[in-house]
Design a protein around this ligand. Structure first.
Ligand code: GUN
Length: 293
């Protein structure tokens, strides 16, 4: 069993980005600039955004954090989005999700100029990804593909089973895994809460991508020997023994599943660090106007 070290791969990619940014600056080019809108004070969102701001500094990017209170109106948020759309210095920006219930998330996503949508959530980017055109690919699926590439894990012709059909992970990662590319070119099955005979399907997986958000859902009896397991779960499970009062827990029961695996991602330190790294890659592409002019 080999552990997939997302932290190490992400550090290496960020180093490469930093070098490129240094070269851009040395030639008098524009410093890539990422802005993030954070609404409210959700603990998870605060942490994620803080990591994104820190990663920007590591890469040599400029970053701007815009904080709005949780009672901000939808109109006020949309007006802030429009301001960032128009701001020539901002190359890309994100609106951290989830948003308070009174705000229509999809409306906000669609208000973002797709050319600055470094999260890759806008329907134009999602659509372009699904037909294999250049676009901003959302961070978690892109990070998973980078990990598979880094470890030279064979995907062509393999059976990839995806657990979960979210717009952020399940659907896009299934799309990328079935695309005629490397990594990719796999036979893909997507399972979800209505899937019958789940175990019969997951036991066929050469590559199992668990993205349901149910802590320790995948148990040893659900996988075959030699499987590659990518655990996307990051649920904060209350735990009295940790300083923060919770333990970040994946969708896979790691201790019993790991011995059966060829490769497995740990939680934390697997997919998580790659996600932020993908956002940095997209920001660099946005800064260079590599995808959209
Ligand atoms: N919430 C959880 N993951 C993400 C992400 O990748 N982007 C944004 N904007 N919000 C998130």
């Amino acid at each position: 069993m080999q552990l997939i070290d997302g932290k190490a791969v992400a550090a290496k990619i960020k180093e490469e980005i930093a070098k490129e940014v240094q070269a851009i600056k040395a030639e008098g080019g524009k410093t890539p600039h990422l802005a993030a809108i954070l609404v409210g004070h959700d603990g998870g969102s605060e942490t994620y955004v803080a990591h994104k701001v820190k990663a920007c500094a590591e890469c040599g990017f400029k970053s701007t954090l815009i904080r709005l209170e949780s009672d901000v109106t939808e109109a006020e948020l949309l007006s802030k989005v429009e301001e960032l759309n128009q701001d020539a210095d901002v190359d890309g920006f994100i609106v951290q999700l989830p948003l308070p219930k009174h705000i229509d998330e999809q409306k906000v996503i669609e208000a973002i100029d797709y050319r600055k949508d470094v999260d890759g959530f806008h329907p134009i980017n999602v659509g372009r990804m699904s037909i294999g055109l250049p676009c901003f690919v959302s961070a978690t699926p892109a990070g998973i593909m980078d990990l598979l590439a880094h470890y030279n894990i064979e995907t062509k012709g393999k059976h990839c089973v995806v657990l979960g059909r979210s717009n952020i992970v399940g659907k896009p990662v299934a799309t990328l895994m079935m695309q005629k590319s490397n990594p990719g070119n796999a036979t893909v099955t997507v399972c979800h809460s209505a899937s019958e005979n789940l175990k019969d399907i997951t036991r066929q997986a050469d590559i199992l991508i668990a993205a349901l958000g149910v802590p320790e859902f995948v148990t040893a009896d659900m996988v075959k020997d030699g499987v590659t397991v990518i655990d996307v779960g990051t649920t904060r499970v209350p735990n009295a023994n940790t300083k923060s009062g919770f333990k970040l827990t994946g969708d896979v029961k790691f201790d019993e599943v790991a011995p059966k695996c060829s490769y497995i991602t740990p939680v934390p330190g697997g997919v998580g660090p790659m996600t932020i790294c993908s956002l940095m890659k997209n920001t660099l592409l946005a800064g260079k106007k590599s995808i959209y002019k």
